[in-house]
Design a protein around this ligand. Structure first.
Ligand SMILES: [Mg+2]
Length: 349
């Protein structure tokens, strides 16, 4: 990259703006805004996860570590944050906190250079990206044409009978025809035998992947699935750091990797994951890739991008390009191009 502007971090603040998220962990440990101010007058913004728990980590360990330090090199700042949280971190909320700070530093790097984050990553290779949306229940006629692909959320408790789920896929395939891609997401609710029975039963229905059928900790299970499933296996939405993804890549435990840039450790980690996966020929399809934070990586680093539509309730992030007729435009912006209303910024502390 070679763009090294001397900037010191003068203040780091964070908040969790209210939004209409589902009343579960996605609210209690929801998305946080991180703002990193500098002595050159630039402020970088990032979004992490982990709610109040992550905010506490930002306001104590990470703030103590970073205020007074140079923004660059970000890779070094990332390692220092990882090391400082090692005793209680490594995965989960601590890495969600680091993600927000890392994205704010990348925003600063791009703003200091006067370019977009996509340009920092080598420049966008695509002007527009196809998008997909997640569907709960049956795919309705009104959804056809709104996205280039659809993912059916089938993360229900096991009943042992795959047929009701196979029927959902069959009805969706009948609805969209053969040219629209379909995937399914089990959100860690299945087991290996159920997944293999399901995969065998839908093999003629043209599924692009089965997502997170089992726990991300069941690596032996994923090895078995990748060996025997006739449908590609996807996962990684609930995995953290490039280190963990390297193991998934080296051991070929997923066919499709789905890191979430706001949780996995930020752009520093997403770039490492893309680099290793591209070298190994493993596909990356970031979780909620259409949000402004991952979009630059899909635009610049992805040979077959498919951008997952963002969280509809994350309305406090401005500057989000709209999805029209199944595609999203890669914006010409400075930094990530995210903007925030005055009342959101007033919550930062
Ligand atoms: Mg998922």
């Amino acid at each position: 990259m070679g763009i090294e502007t001397l900037m010191h971090i003068t203040r780091i603040r964070t908040c969790q703006p209210p939004c209409d998220s589902p009343k579960d962990w996605r609210t209690s440990l929801g998305q946080i805004l991180v703002a990193a101010e500098t002595d050159v007058g630039l402020t970088g913004y990032g979004v992490g996860g982990g709610g109040l728990s992550a905010m506490h980590i930002v306001r104590t360990v990470l703030r103590d570590l970073l205020v007074g330090r140079e923004v660059e090199p970000i890779a070094t700042r990332w390692q220092e944050m990882y090391d400082a949280t090692l005793a209680f971190g490594r995965k989960g909320v601590a890495v969600m906190a680091i993600s927000g700070v890392d994205l704010a530093l990348w925003d600063l790097r791009a703003k200091a250079a006067g370019v977009s984050v996509a340009q920092l990553l080598g420049g966008p290779r695509h002007a527009t990206l196809p998008t997909y949306a997640t569907v709960w229940g049956d795919l309705s006629a009104t959804m056809v044409g709104t996205h280039s692909a659809f993912k059916l959320h089938l993360g229900k408790q096991l009943s042992g009978d795959v047929q009701p789920l196979v029927d959902v896929v069959r009805r969706a395939r009948d609805r969209v025809g053969l040219s629209v891609k379909l995937m399914v997401d089990a959100w860690m609710k299945w087991d290996v035998p159920f997944t293999l029975r399901f995969a065998d039963a839908v093999v003629n229905l043209g599924l692009d992947w089965i997502e997170e059928p089992i726990s991300p900790d069941d690596l032996a299970g994923y090895a078995e699935l990748c060996k025997h499933s006739p449908i590609p296996i996807a996962g990684g939405e609930h995995e953290f750091t490039a280190l963990a993804f390297n193991a998934l890549i080296e051991r070929r435990l997923h066919h499709v990797l789905q890191p979430d840039v706001c949780w996995v450790g930020g752009m520093t980690e997403l770039v490492k994951i893309y680099t290793a996966a591209n070298q190994a020929g493993v596909r990356v399809c970031p979780h909620r890739g259409a949000e402004v934070w991952a979009l630059p990586a899909l635009a610049a680093l992805d040979s077959q991008p498919l951008a997952e539509s963002g969280r509809p309730w994350l309305t406090w992030v401005g500057g989000q390009p709209p999805i029209c007729d199944g595609v999203i435009e890669v914006p010409s912006v400075i930094g990530f191009g995210a903007t925030f209303a005055a009342e959101v910024l007033a919550m930062l502390e």
